[in-house]
Design a protein around this ligand. Structure first.
Ligand code: HEM
Length: 442
């Protein structure tokens, strides 16, 4: 395929350009709505070329009702293949088979039995019984300790402002760092079956259930393609996709992205409230919308400042929290100029899903294998993408298997440091020329 760098160029001929990609609001639910229109799932659930009726399975699903109920009418092939490591889900599937789909699949990813991903998954499944079960407690401990730190620091930051500007500002920034770390930890939990720690994600004003769509199902499964809603949501401010007519101001993103990063939480917080209040695509207000308000309420009760000052300090805390969260998120691996993005030439037009993941990740080597950094800063990112239902504490044990497997498939996990990742993301904002993964020409 000759590279085409027009704005709406798609790299995979099979992939239909998501018709609602530019439609406002660029929400998780609009992304799903677009998939329902294009996936050929005929109001059922599609896996490969088969259609299933999972209506009776929704409440029996061990991973929780949400995943299945929300994906009705879409192609869930990638989600199904990557979220189950026990071999049970595959045995249940035939019970729900209805018929063959009439429309060919519009996603380019393959899961061949002898391909990279399926063979790696088998090796990982064989290794899992040897990973100590109580390793997950390490993550619980980090998450709970951070929550305790937030409970102490939030009112303390109010007190700090009564002492001096320097103390107040320092405690507020520290509190923001703790808040961003808790939210990133909660991301470890929302990828799995329901648990109370996933609700901590909402402390920053965003919604864990929307992120299960926009992050777990869109970004994780369709990374850096036109179907990755995490890329379309930050456009036009940050335009990571390469294309011929990218305006100069967008190429200069590195000069203004700290402002975008710092404002993200507050923008997403207000957006979430508005989408729920206006019942956007079936969303509605619920008790979960109150979760972000627990922090200012606690600050007000214990911090000893008038309400308006408490609110001001809370809003101020959201800025560093947002900045840290987005910086660690956007350096986690996908935004490097060495990666594949929609508009580039893929190594194959029908690509093994796992190999596509390797083409879209540059691992931060200075974070890999360090559990605290991993769980609080989106570390061990390649392994986390490949096996999202594993706890971050379990991923470190899988590196030897991954490296050996990459060697066998003559593939490679690219690496860089945090600072190199920051520079590389800036270069990607500038990049207009397509990378050619087929001929390895970058
Ligand atoms: C949108 C598609 C789906 C998603 C995102 C999804 C997600 C999940 C998640 C997050 C878990 C919990 C894993 C953990 O915490 O370790 C899970 C477990 C499970 N799911 Fe699904 N699931 C999907 C579809 C299905 C389907 C179609 C079936 C079978 C008909 C199924 C059967 C199971 C079973 C048996 C388990 C427990 C055993 C295991 O983890 O393999 N799921 N799923």
């Amino acid at each position: 395929m000759a590279p085409n760098t027009e704005r709406h160029q798609i790299s995979f001929p099979r992939l239909e350009y998501p018709i609602l990609r530019e439609v406002m609001p660029k929400s998780a639910h609009n992304w799903l709505k677009g998939k329902r229109m294009q996936d050929g799932a005929e109001d059922l659930w599609r896996i490969h070329d088969n259609l299933y009726d999972l209506t009776d399975f929704v409440t029996a699903h061990p991973g929780g009702t949400y995943w299945i109920s929300v994906t009705k009418g879409t192609d869930i092939t990638e989600a199904f293949e990557t979220h189950h490591l026990k071999g049970v889900a595959e045995t249940l599937l035939p019970n729900y088979y209805i018929r063959k789909a009439t429309k060919p699949r519009s996603h380019p990813f393959t899961f061949k039995e002898d391909g990279f991903y399926k063979t790696l998954k088998l090796k990982v499944m064989a290794q899992l019984p040897n990973i100590p079960k109580d390793l997950r407690k390490k993550s619980d401990f980090v998450s709970d300790s951070l929550l305790l730190a937030l409970i102490i620091l939030s009112p303390m930051s109010c007190w700090g402002w009564t002492q001096s500007f320097l103390l107040g500002a320092s405690l507020t920034i520290l509190n923001g760092l703790v808040l961003s770390s808790i939210i990133t930890c909660a991301h470890n939990y929302f990828h799995r079956s329901d648990s109370w720690r996933m609700y901590l994600f909402n402390l920053g004003g965003m919604s864990y259930s929307d992120w299960r769509i926009s992050h777990a199902m869109s970004h994780h499964l369709h990374t850096n393609t036109a179907q990755d809603v995490e890329l379309s949501m930050i456009e036009p401010f940050l335009q990571f996709l390469p294309y011929k007519d990218k305006p100069i101001w967008a190429q200069m993103g590195a000069f203004y992205y700290p402002f975008v990063y710092g404002a993200s939480f507050l923008v997403l917080f207000v957006t979430e409230l508005v989408l729920c209040a206006t019942n956007h695509e079936g969303k509605s207000l619920s008790w979960k919308n109150l979760i972000p308000f627990t922090i200012p309420t606690w600050m007000y009760l214990m911090g000893g400042l008038p309400l308006h000052w408490t609110i001001a300090i809370w809003l101020l805390t959201m800025i560093p929290a947002s900045l840290f969260f987005v910086i660690y998120g956007l350096t986690a691996g996908h935004h490097s100029h060495r990666n594949f993005f929609e508009g580039d030439v893929p190594r194959d037009e029908n690509i093994d899903w796992g190999l596509h993941q390797l083409d879209t990740i540059v691992e931060r080597i200075d974070y890999a294998g360090n559990h605290f950094k991993s769980i609080t800063r989106f570390g061990d990112h390649a392994l986390h993408h490949l096996f999202p239902t594993l706890d971050h504490a379990e991923l470190n044990a899988l590196y030897p298997t991954l490296f050996e497997h990459c060697e066998k498939f003559e593939s490679q996990l690219k690496t860089n440091t945090f600072y190199e990742a920051l520079i590389s993301a800036s270069k990607q904002l500038i990049r207009k020329r397509p990378n050619n993964f087929r001929d390895k020409k970058f």
